[in-house]
Design a binder for this molecule. Structure first.
Ligand code: CA
Ligand code: CA
Length: 313
């Protein structure tokens, strides 16, 4: 019995939950302004905002709900890979990091002390509170896995980026259907960025940041997430297929990816393209729409590309 008891203790230790602090049980109505979203969060019966103590990553609860993925038919700048728009049901709530993964958080995990940063002259892009960039898809995936987390599926990402639990018509840009009017919504390619390079296609205001901004400086979306639009684009878990929406639009509901899910390998030595979302501080401005999709080779490292983690419930 003594040996059995010892084994039970070891097993229990191995399964011990990570130290997590509850930041807020109830959604803050000043942040989550839609009462339907607040009700959906309460229905999950889990705290709205929590913090992982080992890394400092703060998560907010993304409730189940219904939304659209893809561009509206009348969106004049939508690319073919954003269509056809389809209706999804997020069937299972999950936690998503409130911000992009920062350098401080990145370095808090063993084995991730050092990091190569793309030289951008005198511009600082690797301060503790700036989003980590220059990370490959494998880097981002492994970093998440070490803490028991994962990258989002791009449908989950877009559902989360829209910040709504209903099926009302989504807007093309986070702030509306017109390109202008986005001041305060995120660190986007703007007049500050155009000082780096004449002729860049930018939005017509100055958000104060030419390159990456410290995370969380701009307004939260309907779920309380920050910087989903702009700052750095964000790796998603799944393979990028420009024609995927034709098939996905025929599925009923959003399939939440199980832990450890891996896409089938690419066929016939095709490149291993992975999806990235949300636009960044760098042009084009049209990438700062929730429906915009990037497909990058998985080994790509860019000063415009980072990630955020999902923690399953
Ligand atoms: Ca900017
Ligand atoms: Ca972002």
């Amino acid at each position: 019995m003594g040996l059995l008891a010892a084994l039970v203790i070891v097993f229990a230790a191995a399964q011990a939950p990570r130290a997590t602090t509850v930041i807020a049980v109830e959604p803050d109505p000043a942040v989550v302004r839609d009462p339907d979203v607040r009700d959906a969060i309460r229905d999950v019966k889990k705290p709205w905002k929590i913090r992982d103590e080992a890394t400092g990553v703060t998560f907010v609860l993304i409730p189940s709900g219904v939304s659209y993925v893809g561009a509206n038919d009348d969106d004049p700048v939508a690319a073919p890979d954003e269509k056809p728009r389809f209706h999804v049901t997020c069937t299972k709530a999950f936690y998503m990091a409130e911000t992009e993964t920062t350098f401080r958080q990145w370095r808090s995990v063993d084995g991730y002390r050092g990091h190569a940063v793309d030289p951008l002259g005198d511009l600082v892009v690797d301060a503790d509170d700036q989003p980590v960039s220059m990370v490959s898809h494998a880097d981002a995936t492994l970093w998440c896995t070490k803490s028991g987390w994962r990258l989002p599926d791009e449908r989950e990402w877009e559902y989360a980026a829209r910040g709504r639990v209903d099926a009302l018509r989504p807007t093309a840009w986070p702030w509306g259907d017109a390109k202008d009017g986005g001041a305060g919504w995120g660190n986007v390619p703007d007049l500050a960025a155009r000082k780096l390079e004449d002729g860049w296609d930018v939005l017509g205001f100055d958000d104060g940041f030419a390159v990456t901004a410290p995370v969380g400086k701009f307004r939260a979306n309907g779920f309380g997430l920050r910087d989903m639009i702009g700052n750095v684009s964000e790796w998603c878990a799944n393979r990028f297929d420009p024609k995927a929406y034709a098939g996905w639009s025929k599925l009923r509901g959003l399939r939440t990816m199980p832990k450890g899910f891996v896409d089938a390998p690419p066929k016939d030595d095709a490149p291993d393209l992975r999806s990235a979302r949300g636009g960044s501080w760098y042009p084009p401005a049209t990438a700062c729409r929730a429906s915009h999709r990037w497909g990058y080779d998985a080994s790509t490292r860019l000063a415009t590309l980072g990630f955020r983690a999902v923690r399953d419930i």
